[in-house]
Design a protein around this ligand. Structure first.
Ligand SMILES: [Zn+2]
Length: 274
C-alpha cells in the first residue's frame, strides 16, 4: 500500500502539472469512491474550481481549491493517480477521472475499490486525528520518547498506527526497525533512550531514502507518469524481496504476524533482549 514516500512522490510529481489547472469535468465509474458529500454535490461543487495547491498529510493528499474547500484523496491499499491525456481510454480499474485544462485527466485507478475522496471545508475533519509528521522539524527524539512512554503495544503496531505517527505502514516500519536493530514485538514503553534515538534516525533515514527513490512499487503503486518507484530494490528485510537472508548476518529473515500484518525481521540483529 502507498505509504508516506509514495504519497510524497505523487504530491511532488503532480504539483507542477495540476496546480493552476481548473477541474473541467468529473467522470465517476464507481460512486463509492466519493465519501463526502453526496456524489451530486461532490461533482457540482468541484466543477470549474481551480486547484491552488497540493500538500501531503500522513498518507492523504490534500488539494486546495479556489472556493477554500479542499479535495482530500486517500489511495488505501491499491490506489494510484495517473496523469494522462484525456483522450486515453480508462482501463477497467479506473474508478474516477478528474478532467483538467489542456486536455489532461487525473485518473484514479484502484483495483480493490478501497480508495476514497472527500470534498470538505476543513481538512482537519478528516486528518485531524493523525499523529506527528516524521519528517518535520517538530518530530524529535524527545517527542518520540514522550509518545512511547508507558505504551504497552508492540513497537511495530505503534509505528503503523496513524494516530501515533503519520504516514508509516508495514514496509517502512519493518525497514526502520531493522535499521534500528529493534525487535518488532518489543513493547513501545520498554525502549531505552539509545534505542529511541536509533529508531528516530532510522525512521527518517528510511523515509528520505525511499522518497529519493520515488517510492516502492511492490504492489500496484505507480508514479503519476506511470513509471515505477525503485525504493523496494533497497529493502533490507521488508517482504524479503531482495533475499531470504539478513544482509548483515545472513540469518534467515523471519516473518511473524503482528496485528494481522506480516512482519519481517532478523531474529539475530533484532534480538528481543534490551
Ligand atoms: Zn541479521
Amino acid at each position: 500500500m502507498p505509504e508516506l514516500p509514495e504519497v510524497e512522490t505523487i504530491k511532488n510529481e503532480l504539483l507542477p502539472h495540476i496546480v493552476g489547472c481548473h477541474i473541467t469535468g468529473i467522470t465517476l465509474f464507481w460512486d463509492g469512491i466519493v465519501r463526502q458529500p453526496s456524489v451530486e454535490e461532490f461533482c457540482s461543487r468541484l466543477l470549474g474550481q481551480e486547484i491552488t495547491g497540493i500538500i501531503r498529510r500522513g498518507k492523504y493528499l490534500i488539494l486546495g481549491l479556489t472556493s477554500s474547500e479542499v479535495l482530500i484523496i486517500h489511495l488505501k491499499m491499491t490506489g494510484s493517480l495517473l496523469l494522462k491525456p484525456a483522450s486515453v481510454e480508462p482501463d477497467k480499474f479506473t474508478r474516477a477521472i478528474l478532467h483538467l485544462d489542456k486536455e489532461t485527466g487525473l485518473y484514479f485507478r484502484d483495483p480493490r475499490k478501497l480508495g476514497a475522496m472527500w470534498l470538505v471545508e476543513d481538512a482537519n475533519s478528516i486528518t485531524g486525528k493523525l499523529g506527528p509528521e516524521p519528517l518535520e522539524a517538530g518530530f524529535t527524539p524527545q517527542l518520540l520518547a514522550q509518545r512511547l512512554n508507558n505504551r504497552t503495544a508492540p513497537i511495530k503496531a505503534l509505528l503503523c498506527d496513524q494516530t501515533f505517527i503519520a504516514g508509516i505502514g508495514n514496509m517502512y516500519a519493518d525497514e526502520a526497525l531493522f535499521a534500528a536493530k529493534i525487535h518488532p514485538l518489543r513493547l513501545g514503553g520498554s525502549l531505552s533512550r539509545k534505542e529511541i534515538e536509533r529508531l528516530h534516525s532510522s525512521v527518517q533515514q528510511v523515509l528520505w531514502s525511499a522518497i529519493g527513490n520515488k517510492g516502492a512499487s511492490v504492489d500496484t503503486y505507480l508514479r503519476p507518469s506511470g513509471e515505477i518507484g525503485t525504493a523496494h530494490f533497497q529493502f533490507q528485510v521488508a517482504h524479503r524481496l531482495n533475499s531470504k537472508f539478513c544482509p548483515v548476518c545472513s540469518t534467515p529473515i523471519e516473518r511473524i504476524p503482528i496485528r494481522n500484518r506480516g512482519t519481517y525481521f532478523c531474529p539475530n540483529c533484532q534480538s528481543h533482549q534490551v
